[in-house]
Design a protein around this ligand. Structure first.
Ligand code: AMP
Length: 111
């Protein structure tokens, strides 16, 4: 991918841009949203780049489910009982960063 097409989330994923990383494994990275809209507002991204739900193919269709599973596991680990999960899709759907991400928002605080 040409450098100019790399998004801020590519740079966070690759350690080129600082972020408050909450957890990271070989498949998924979780970091705090820089402009939180809830007491807990995290972003879950796959390490494998897909631009949007609109770009998911049969080969990458497991990635949104993986993000949801990671969010569910994170909530259990943190003892968070209620949360919202959101994918913005395309500019008309309010998506600003063209790198697939799951918003995790909760009124409850993480440790
Ligand atoms: P979306 O509208 O779904 O594309 O959401 C993009 C989110 O990324 C917004 O909630 C932004 O506040 C957040 N964001 C943008 N740049 C950064 C950054 N450098 N670190 C953390 N979050 C960011």
């Amino acid at each position: 991918m040409p450098m100019e097409e790399r998004t801020v989330f590519h740079k966070i994923r690759d350690g080129e841009l600082p972020a408050e990383i909450v957890q990271s494994d070989e498949d998924v990275m979780v970091f705090k949203d820089i402009h939180p809209k809830a007491p807990t507002h995290l972003l879950f991204i796959p390490k494998h780049f897909v631009a949007s739900i609109a770009d998911v193919t049969p080969e990458t269709a497991h990635l949104p489910g993986l993000l949801i599973l990671k969010a569910q596991q994170f909530a259990k680990e943190q003892g968070i009982s209620g949360y919202k999960l959101t994918f913005h899709v395309g500019e008309g759907g309010g998506q600003e960063v063209p790198y697939l991400h799951l918003h995790f928002m909760s009124e409850e605080q993480i440790a």
